[in-house]
Ligand binder design. Structure first.
Ligand code: MN
Length: 284
């Protein structure tokens, strides 16, 4: 099953090209309106059977093509992000340091957008790149998690673009502009993914393949990343780990169509706009 947000913040369960409205189930469980995806993820064990019954009866179903998908998680507490987790990407950046030396940085949750979003380039005189990544969505609070137990903290997986202004500033700055973290089109629940460390990942710009790899090429696996990050910061339901990008990153420009797909998870497509961009006021 896949979980999505649609048509202005409704919650949906996606199966077989249908989306089933489950907003009322989530709100009733929370005892308030607009409880949201983080509540659903945190309470999934308790709510799964009710959602499964709703999906089986199909009375609240709409073709997924007929709705507008929103950002599946607009309000995580944080987006821990991994630099330098694929050797061929490290080489193309002219670097040698890996995740083992660089560790983790944070992207601002305010940089999130969904399939309905547009990537907005901030500066006309700085290079901005696409980085297609596997996003790991946390399902329950995780602190100092062991390697063996790490995957039991995962709710599911999503496509994630770590859009990046190249340069010398801190990563958290260059990767946190508004619209710089598209995710979606939904969260594919963990029970649909036997091995997150063996999935094909691809990125196309204007229909041309730019990145093509497998998550088996990651230096730190998904369990290792959860162990690493949870040793530093407590992970909360809805937090999204950006797991690093494979080789083939490159600049994006006004009017580009950016598309990424991950095997068994889905395809996320957005356009790029230079509307309102300026020259960079620092480090020109
Ligand atoms: Mn990245």
């Amino acid at each position: 099953m896949r979980l999505a947000r649609f048509d202005g913040g409704k919650i949906g369960a996606v199966t077989d090209a249908q989306i089933h409205d489950i907003t009322d189930i989530v709100d009733a469980d929370a005892g308030r309106a607009d409880a949201g995806m983080v509540h659903l993820l945190a309470r999934w064990e308790q709510l799964e059977s009710t959602v499964t019954s709703r999906v089986a009866d199909a009375s609240h179903a709409t073709p997924v093509d007929a709705v507008a998908l929103d950002c599946p998680i607009p309000d995580p507490t944080k987006i821990p992000s991994i630099p330098s987790n694929y050797r061929k990407h490290i080489a193309e950046m002219g670097s040698q340091l890996t995740v083992a030396e660089r560790g983790v940085f944070l992207k601002a949750p305010s940089s999130l957008v969904g399939p309905d979003g547009v990537i907005r380039l901030p500066y006309s005189d700085r290079r901005t790149d696409h980085e297609a990544e596997l996003g790991v969505v946390i399902g329950r609070r995780a602190s100092h998690v062991s390697l063996d137990e790490a995957l039991s903290y995962v709710a599911g997986y999503t496509c994630l673009f770590d859009v990046t202004v190249r340069g010398q500033e801190e990563r958290s700055m260059r990767k946190s502009f508004d619209t710089f973290t598209p995710i979606g089109p939904w969260i594919t629940l963990a029970d649909e993914i036997d091995d997150p460390d063996d999935l094909a990942i691809e990125c196309h710009v204007n229909g041309e393949v730019r990145q093509s790899s497998r998550t088996s090429e990651m230096i730190y696996s998904v369990p290792q990343l959860i162990e690493l990050v949870s040793a530093v910061m407590t992970l909360e339901p809805g937090d999204i780990i950006a797991t690093g990008t494979p080789q083939g990153v490159g600049p994006i420009t006004d009017g580009d169509t950016l598309s990424m797909s991950i095997e068994r998870i889905g395809r996320l497509e957005l356009t790029v706009s230079a509307d309102g961009w300026t020259t960079c006021p620092f480090n020109p």
